[in-house]
Write a protein that binds this ligand. Sequence first.
Ligand code: ASP
Length: 342
Amino acid sequence: MRHFRFLFVFAAAAFLDAAEASAQLAPGKVALVIHGGAGTILRASMTPEREREYREKLTEALNTGYQILLKGGSSVDAVEATLRVMEDSPLFNAGKGAVFTSAGTNELDAAIMDGKTLKAGSVAGLHTVRNPISLARRVMDHSRHVMMIGDGAERFAREQGLELVSPHYFWTERRWRSYERSRDSAEKARSGKKGSGSLEADKKYGTVGAVALDKEGNLAAGTTTGGINWKEYGRVGDAPIIGAGTYANNASCAVSATGQGEIFIRRTVAADICARVKYLRQSVSQAAEDVVMKELVTVGGEGGVIAMDRLGNIATPFNSAGMYRGWVAADGKLIVKIYKDD
Ligand code: ASP
């Protein structure tokens, strides 16, 4: 209930960056938008040094993908390369910086989708694949399937020659502390003591996502995550579910989401935004805003999305306190933002 009221306050603020990035692209122009997760991201709880680290890494990720697009690379290549940079950083809840399950393990999920062909690749429950987004790409390009999970997916990663790491690679002190806080809260809650609040306090959805438009006018979207802190082992979120956390279709738009995955799955958030663009003929910013600021808010679905249409119109609505985000739109200017009032 508390959570619900919190969302309502932010819904009222109805924060959107969309208008700022809504310039239309001339043919042959490219655009890229990324997120590094939404949630309780407040200036007050951020050190200047930590903030600088985030801004630098978001900038590096954007530059990586944008250079590929400028050189005529595909939107799928740009999405994969951008997200690999973020997966290799301990700052985000994806790859290296993945959160822990309640069993103290890391289980990684990712998906990528090509808006031209509607081909998609998705993976879930990985423990040893350094870059899950690249495995999702391999599933899309080199298998007959859309989704592979667990041991089978890891075996496929080995066969594909992808880099495998020890599960310890994903251990970071910061995420382990979150895990310990959640464990303590869960223990207190079990024994009837107060203090279960820190399960809420750790609500930062550090998932990362990218949406790109290439010179050919093709859209692609990708999302990669460690899921949510203290998730049950075996839990799969929205990121690898095509249509929930990730979707791309040249006929409508491309979307990557971050937030409370269970609700995003039930609402098929990414597909819903694209369906609104296609059937209701809503603009991508209107469609994304309606879903994130209205539909999700009514059911307590904290989080946000990045979305882009074939003209390069970008929307980045979120109903949480903040969302790490950035884009390079038609004007070629690189923008990075974290807070609501950035
Ligand atoms: N959506 C992700 C999940 O539920 C979490 C996140 O966005 O960080 O797995």
